[in-house]
Each structure stands twice: as C-alpha cells, then as structure tokens.
Design a protein around this ligand. Structure first.
Ligand code: HEM
Length: 398
C-alpha cells in the first residue's frame, strides 16, 4: 500500500487556536476574537506559518554547498523577470523600430545599459548554473524514486530556458541576431515531411521578417514566462513534497533545519552569484552590432555560445546528414534526459553502482563540452566574414 506523506499544514505551531479554540486561555481567545492586523492577516493567509515551515524544512546530514544552486537559480530568475519587464517598457517589436529602441535604452535611458547588461549576462549565468545544478542532481542520483517527476519537470525547465535564449537573441534586431535566427530557424526545415510548414510557422513566412520578430517577442514575453512560472512552481512543490535527497552515502547525524545553516550557505552563494553578474555587466557590457540587413552578404552567422556545440556538430556533418546534428542527436539526448529515471534501473544512487549511466552521461557531457569549446575557439568574435547562409536547402555554415 502506498503511504501518503504527511499533508502540509499551513498553520503555525504558535497558533493552536485555529484548530483547537477550546484549549485557549481566555486572553488568547479574546485576542483572536478581536485580533490585531497581523493576526487577522495571518489567520487568513497563513503566510508566516508557511515561511516558518520552510525555514524548519529538515536537511539530511551532508547537504551543503551543492544544494545552494537551486536558490541561486531562483534569484537569477527574479532578476531576469524584473529586468525583462523594465526593458519591455522601452522595446518596440518591429523591424523598423526594434534596433533603435534597444539603442535608445542603452544610450539614453538612465541605467538602461545596466538593465540590459543584467538581462543578457543573467541569461548566460542561468544556463551555467542550471547545467551545474543538473550535473549535481545527475551525479548524486537524486532523480531516482520518488523524485522522477522533479527531474522531468527540471528537464522541461531546461527546454524552456533554451527557448528563452533562442527567442531573445533575435529581439535586438542587429546583424548577429538576424543571421543567427536565419540559420537557427532553418533547423525546422530539416524535420522530415513537415519541415517546410514548420519553417513557415516559426518564421511567420518564407523569410525572417516582421512576423518572425513579433512571434518571437510574444513567445519570449508571454508564452515562455507563463510556462516557466508554472513549471518552477511545480518543481519547488515537488522538491518540498519529497524533501531534499541526502548525499549518496547516508551520513551519521540528525537532520538540521534549513535555517540557519543552509540558509547561510544559500545566502553566500547568492551574493557571490550576484557579484559575478554585476561585475560582468559593468565590465563587459553587451554590444549592439549594425542594424539587421537582410540584403547584406558579408555576415557570418554566430549563435549564442551555448548553441555553439550544436552548430559545430552541424558543421562537421557531410551534406545530406544535417538532420543528424539538428534533430537526431539533440533529440536522443533530450529523450534520454526525460527517460533517465526509468532507464537507470539500479537501486543505488552511488555513481560506482550506476556503471553504464555514468559512462553514457560522461560521454554526452564530454561531447557537448568539447564541441562548445571548439565553437568558442573557432567562431570569430565579430562579423566580417563569408556570406550568410543561403536560403533553401540545409543550413549553410562556415
Ligand atoms: C530555473 C531552473 C531551476 C530552479 C529554479 C530549480 C530549483 C531547485 C531548488 C530550489 C531545489 C532544491 C535545492 C537544490 O537542490 O539546489 C531543486 C532541486 C532539484 N532540482 Fe531543480 N531547479 C531548476 C532546474 C532544474 C533542472 C534543469 C533539473 C534537471 C534536469 C532539476 C532537477 C532537480 C531535482 C531532481 C531536484 C531534487 C534534488 C534533491 O532532492 O537532492 N532542476 N531545484
């Protein structure tokens, strides 16, 4: 029989009055009959009870710095939402205006360059931290029963984050944005049978143009944020429901509450992460290239760095085999990630007892790492080489 975990109670321990008014002292009952504003709110919202419950969340012995990355991700997401909303107040999603609205934001608006810098660097940092968080969960085997759906939810979040990056890249409507999207969207055309229809759907027409921009904007600021909020909410609910998994080899000792020790570690990592974010923003502000010129012929398409691995893979594919790099290999890795909790049949979470899973996992990590490195080393930092990808057929790459 499946044993249900203890249901969540949102009532504070200090307020048994809510459940058992008969046990109260007369003055306590009086206080509740005519409660102060704080008690009145608490009786209805249960907010402090909720906070208290989370501060008391038991951490198994051995939980520490590696478990701080999830909360760093939450903090970075909060920055992304805030800076994104601020930028949306100045951004205008049309080919004639998009570029100049971004230029205006960065050159004329007070703190505009910082807001854009935080958003651009924040997106890169989120990918780095998300990969670290995923690797931590993978090596700790924390995707195993009963946390399979926490993992699946995480993999979905991963896809959504890549979607954010792909759609956001086009928005400044400069040369880099335009040509990366020309090549990136052409991947849709490599899907067998419905490739062309898919390409039209993604671009809103044959070419990357005004409809592509509005489509990407709508997906970037409406569809994906809504999906992300739902998924992150579910992820956190599941993390709380199943509690955090302890280390691979259970350690001696009693579970400790989240507050103060783990909260302190989380705070240190969050402060360090934000310091890195501000340092990058202030010292390496993101640039803006020339405005997109669909008729230009002298631009080398350059995708965002975390798509460079895929791009390199595409470059080494012989003609006619492009779909291997655009669909088959990334598709297999994605399906493998979703199915990991069921593919890995071993009972133990110890890496040594998960032989083939570790081997395949390390192989994939190595492949992606090396291809990305190759891409970073080989991709010119600016734009002045060969002709852009030619329309039709497979994506043209250097
Ligand atoms: C923006 C993205 C994400 C956020 C905000 C987030 C947040 C969190 C938080 C706060 C925790 C608990 C603390 C910790 O273990 O660090 C956690 C645990 C977990 N996360 Fe994520 N996460 C994200 C992405 C992912 C991804 C991409 C995956 C996997 C592909 C994933 C899988 C898991 C799993 C399985 C756990 C449970 C770990 C355990 O019990 O030890 N998460 N996440």
């Amino acid at each position: 029989m499946i044993k249900e975990p203890e249901p969540h109670s949102f009532e504070t321990e200090e307020r048994p009055i809510v459940t058992a008014p008969g046990d109260l002292q007369p003055e306590e009952r009086l206080a509740m009959e005519r409660p102060g504003l704080r008690d009145w709110m608490e009786l209805r919202l249960g907010w402090w009870g909720f906070v208290r419950k989370n501060l008391d969340e038991p951490m198994p012995p051995g939980v520490g710095w590696w478990q701080t990355l999830g909360n760093l991700l939450l903090t970075l997401l909060a920055f992304q939402f805030t800076t994104g909303v601020l930028m949306a107040m100045y951004y205008s999603p049309a080919p004639q205006t998009a570029y100049n609205s971004v230029k205006h934001l960065t050159t004329e608006v007070a703190a505009g360059a910082i807001i854009r810098g935080l958003h651009v660097w924040g997106s890169a940092l989120i990918v780095v931290v998300m990969v670290m968080h995923t690797l931590r969960v993978f090596f700790w085997g924390s995707y195993k029963k009963p946390r399979e759906l926490t993992w699946v939810c995480g993999v979905l979040i991963f896809q959504v984050m890549l979607g954010f990056s792909f759609t956001g890249y086009l928005l400044p409507w400069d040369q880099k944005a335009y040509w990366a999207t020309v090549v990136g969207t052409r991947i849709a055309a490599t899907v067998p049978f419905i490739g062309h229809e898919l390409l039209i759907l993604v671009r809103g027409g044959e070419e990357v143009g005004a409809l592509t921009l509005t489509r990407f904007y709508a997906v970037h600021v409406m569809l994906l944020p809504a999906a992300l909020m739902g998924l992150v909410g579910l992820h956190l609910y599941l993390v709380r429901r199943h509690h955090i998994a302890g280390p691979v080899m259970p350690q001696k000792g009693k579970p400790q509450p989240f507050f103060p020790n783990q909260l302190f570690k989380d705070a240190v990592v969050v402060v360090a992460g934000l310091a890195a974010l501000f340092w990058l923003t202030l010292n390496l502000p993101p640039g803006l290239e020339a405005m997109a010129d669909p008729a230009g012929t002298d631009f080398t398409p350059r995708p965002e760095w975390y798509f460079l691995g895929l791009y390199e893979l595409l470059k080494i594919m012989p003609p006619g085999y492009e779909a291997l790099a655009t669909l088959v290999i990334p598709g297999l890795i994605t399906v493998g990630m979703f199915a990991l909790p069921w593919l890995d049949r071993s009972k133990s979470r110890h890496p040594a007892k998960r032989g083939w899973v570790m081997l395949v996992g390390m192989g994939v990590i190595l492949l992606i790492g090396l291809m990305t490195l190759k891409g970073i080393l080989e991709t010119p930092p600016s734009s002045h080489h060969s002709a852009p990808a030619q329309e039709g057929g497979a994506p043209a790459v250097e």
